[in-house]
Design a protein around this ligand. Structure first.
Ligand code: AHR
Length: 332
C-alpha cells in the first residue's frame, strides 16, 4: 500500500515537472494571462521585400521600417530586386539567423513550399504581406495581410462598363500587366475580365507585362501605339506603368485621359497628381501602409493569440475629380 502511495506521488510529481518544463519551453508563454511572451525580449523580424519597382513599393517599405521601429522590433530587411531566388536566399538566411518571425511579400505566387517547410521545421512563423502564395498547404504561414486584388480588377472593370454602357462600336483596350506570375498581375487581370466580358464591345486588343515599372510601362505602351492605331482605353495594373505610358502617349502627340482613357491601380501621390490633371481617369486604390497591421500580427502570433488566416486591407476608388480633392491629404 505504502509502495502504491509513493509511486502515485512520484507520478504526480514527474507529471507536474513535465508540465512546468513544457510551459517554460513554450514560445507562446504568457498567452494565458499575465505578461505576453512578446514583451519578454526584443523581437527580431526578418522581412524579405520584393524590390523597389514602384512608388507603391517604396511606400510599403517605409511603412514596414517605421512600424518596426515604433514597435521596438529589430528588423532585418532585404530587397530581392524582383527575383524569387533572392527572396528564397533571404528567407533561408533569416532561418539560419533564428529570427523570431519571417514576413515577406512573394514576388510570384508559385514555388514557395520548400522554403516555407524549412521555416516551419525550424519553428519560425511566417506572415505573408501584400502578395499571396498559391500553396495548397495553408499551415505553412500564419496569415496573409493585404488587398483583394481580384476585387481591384473588378472595380476597374465596373467603372469601364458604366462609362461605355451607352456607347456604340468596339472599345479597344490595351492592358499593361504587372510582373508575370505575381498575384496582383494574375488577379487584377482576372477580376477585370470577369466584369468586362458582360459587354461584347469591350475588347482587350493587346496585353503585355510592364513589370510594374515606369520604364517598362513606357516601352510597352510605345509598342502598343505602333501596332494599334485605334486604342481607346489603357488599363494599367499600377500607377507607375500608367505614368510611363502617359509619357509614350504624349510623345505620340495624343492626350492621355482624353484620346486614351486611362485606368490604373495603386493611388500613389504621382498617380493622384496625374489623375488631378485629368491624365488618369480612374484609380483603384491599393493601400501600401501595411506596417502597423504586420507588427500587430507578429505580436499576436508570438503571444499565441488566434489570428485570422486572411486580413483584407480596406481601400477606395477615385475619379479625376476625387483625386483633385484628395491630393492634399495623400500620405504616400
Ligand atoms: O503587390 C502590390 C503591387 O506591387 C503594386 O500594385 C505595385 O505598384 C507593386 O509593385
Amino acid at each position: 500500500m505504502k509502495k502504491h502511495v509513493r509511486l502515485g506521488a512520484a507520478i504526480m510529481l514527474s507529471t507536474m515537472m513535465l508540465v512546468a518544463a513544457a510551459c517554460g519551453n513554450n514560445a507562446n508563454e504568457g498567452s494565458k494571462g499575465s505578461k505576453p511572451a512578446s514583451a519578454d525580449k526584443k523581437i527580431t523580424l526578418g522581412f524579405a521585400q520584393v524590390g523597389a519597382e514602384s512608388g507603391w513599393r517604396t511606400a510599403n517599405t517605409n511603412s514596414v521600417k517605421e512600424s518596426a521601429a515604433e514597435a521596438g522590433f529589430e528588423l532585418k530587411f532585404s530587397d530581392a530586386q524582383q527575383k524569387q531566388e533572392n527572396q528564397i536566399k533571404s528567407i533561408r538566411s533569416y532561418i539560419q539567423q533564428k529570427v523570431d518571425v519571417i514576413a515577406f511579400s512573394p514576388v510570384v505566387e508559385s514555388g514557395w513550399d520548400t522554403v516555407l517547410k524549412e521555416a516551419k521545421e525550424a519553428g519560425i512563423p511566417v506572415i505573408l504581406t501584400d502578395r499571396a502564395v498559391d500553396s495548397k498547404d495553408d499551415s505553412l504561414y500564419e496569415t496573409f495581410i493585404g488587398s483583394d486584388f481580384v476585387e481591384e480588377g473588378r472595380s476597374a472593370g465596373k467603372w469601364l462598363l458604366e462609362k461605355y454602357k451607352d456607347a456604340s462600336g468596339d472599345v479597344n483596350i490595351v492592358e499593361l500587366q504587372g510582373t508575370t506570375g505575381s498575384a496582383p498581375a494574375i488577379d487584377r487581370k482576372a477580376g477585370f475580365e470577369e466584369i468586362i466580358k458582360d459587354d461584347a464591345k469591350l475588347k482587350v486588343i493587346a496585353s503585355q507585362t510592364g513589370d510594374f515599372t515606369r520604364a517598362k510601362g513606357k516601352e510597352v505602351m510605345q509598342s502598343f501605339l505602333k501596332a494599334n492605331k485605334d486604342i481607346d482605353v489603357l488599363y494599367a495594373h499600377n500607377d507607375d506603368m500608367a505614368l510611363g505610358a502617359i509619357q509614350a502617349i504624349e510623345a505620340a502627340g495624343l492626350k492621355p485621359g482624353e484620346d486614351i482613357i486611362i485606368i490604373s491601380v495603386d493611388g500613389v501621390k504621382d498617380g493622384f497628381v496625374a489623375a488631378s490633371e485629368g491624365k488618369i481617369n480612374f484609380i483603384v486604390e491599393c493601400n501600401p501602409l501595411l506596417g502597423p497591421q504586420l507588427m500587430q500580427a507578429v505580436r499576436d502570433v508570438l503571444d499565441g493569440k488566434e489570428i485570422e488566416k486572411r486580413i483584407v486591407t480596406e481601400e477606395g476608388v477615385f475619379t479625376s475629380e476625387d483625386a483633385k480633392r484628395e491630393l492634399p491629404n495623400r500620405k504616400y
